[in-house]
Design a protein around this ligand. Structure first.
Ligand code: COA
Ligand code: MG
Length: 290
């Protein structure tokens, strides 16, 4: 399996309180149908998470292809998975990317490959290691029973795991499963219990050891040797996973945290004027925790 160039970008929403000019620049980059989608979010937090995801995608495709950001066009497949609409005359290499957001974290994982072998892909997921449900953790796990295999539960519920460690182990498996499912783009239509991960049990997943790369996968008891996984810990409280199908990264690096100035590009004054009223409306949306 050839090695591919992998990009891992993260954005921390707690680092950004958008001003109207910044938000206008950001929104001006987003396609009209996505603006309509974004405006439907009740909370500004969700609006911004999703918006930043769109900016990460745009920056990624632009940086891989040399196209200007406003020339990059995205569409969604029937299940809602975004993809880059590649023009026929474009000679850029095939690429795959996926975005995930939770809490204050927005991630993009992307990978480029070779034209002669375009059948590969990437999926990613991030989860904050917290449990805010009303039920006890053991009751929550009981409800989640059928989402994980016996093998996975035997690791999550290890006697040496206290509640916090169990929750972390749970989130690690959740992210791995979601990253896998998101590469496939199939949503929740797969039997999650038949997808069984074995995580690296010799290392404790920490920020400084990220990524762990020893994870293996069995589907319906068959080893899936064409898949590779990275597990990351970010800011001590976010688990993340990247699933690689038919590809492997050249290097196993960490996520790079980007600042807002790295995501915004200059738009024309007329384009900015067009979105001002829209942005003013967005900025008065309520915050989740205010
Ligand atoms: N496949 C892959 N990526 C998709 C997608 C799909 N079908 N649909 C959307 N995406 C992309 C988009 O960029 C989306 O961002 P947007 O909502 O701002 O447009 C992003 O992935 C969302 O990912 P994430 O933030 O991780 O959201 P999620 O974890 O809530 O949802 C789904 C992920 C919708 C793709 C899907 O996997 C799902 O329905 N999951 C259900 C949860 C579940 O039961 N998981 C069991 C795991 S143990
Ligand atoms: Mg998710």
């Amino acid at each position: 399996m050839s090695r591919h160039i992998c990009t891992r970008w993260a954005f921390d929403l707690s680092s950004w309180s958008p001003t109207l000019p910044q938000l206008s620049q950001a929104v001006a980059l987003v396609q009209p149908e996505e603006r309509v989608r974004l405006m439907k979010f009740h909370f500004i937090d969700d609006f911004l998470s999703s918006l930043i995801g769109r900016l990460l995608m745009r920056k990624y495709v632009s940086s891989c292809t040399g196209l200007a950001q406003h020339q990059v066009q995205f569409a969604r497949d029937v299940r809602g998975k975004p993809y880059w609409v590649k023009k026929e005359d474009c000679e850029a290499p095939p690429l795959s990317f996926n975005v995930s957001h939770q809490g204050n974290m927005v991630l993009l994982a992307g990978i480029t490959g070779e034209s002669q072998d375009p059948d590969f892909g990437i999926g990613t997921d991030v989860m904050k290691i917290e449990y805010g449900g009303g039920k006890s953790l053991s009751e929550f796990f009981r409800l989640m029973r059928n989402k994980f295999s016996e093998h996975e539960w035997s690791y999550i519920g290890r006697p040496q795991h206290n509640e916090r460690a169990q929750l972390k182990a749970f989130m690690r498996h959740w992210c791995l499963k979601e990253a896998y499912v998101k590469e496939l783009g199939v949503g929740i239509t797969v039997d999650l219990q038949k997808i069984s991960f074995s995580v690296d049990t010799t290392h404790n997943l920490g920020e400084e050891v990220s990524p762990l790369i020893g994870t293996t996968l069995r589907c319906h008891d068959k080893p899936m040797d064409n898949w590779h996984f990275e597990e990351h810990l970010l800011q001590e409280e976010y688990c993340a996973a990247i699933a690689f199908r038919n590809c492997q990264p050249q290097e196993h690096g960490r996520f790079k945290i980007l600042g807002i100035e790295e995501l915004l590009v200059k738009s024309q004054e007329s384009e900015l004027q067009e979105v001002v009223a829209y942005c003013q409306k967005a900025l008065v949306k309520p915050h989740k925790r205010s």
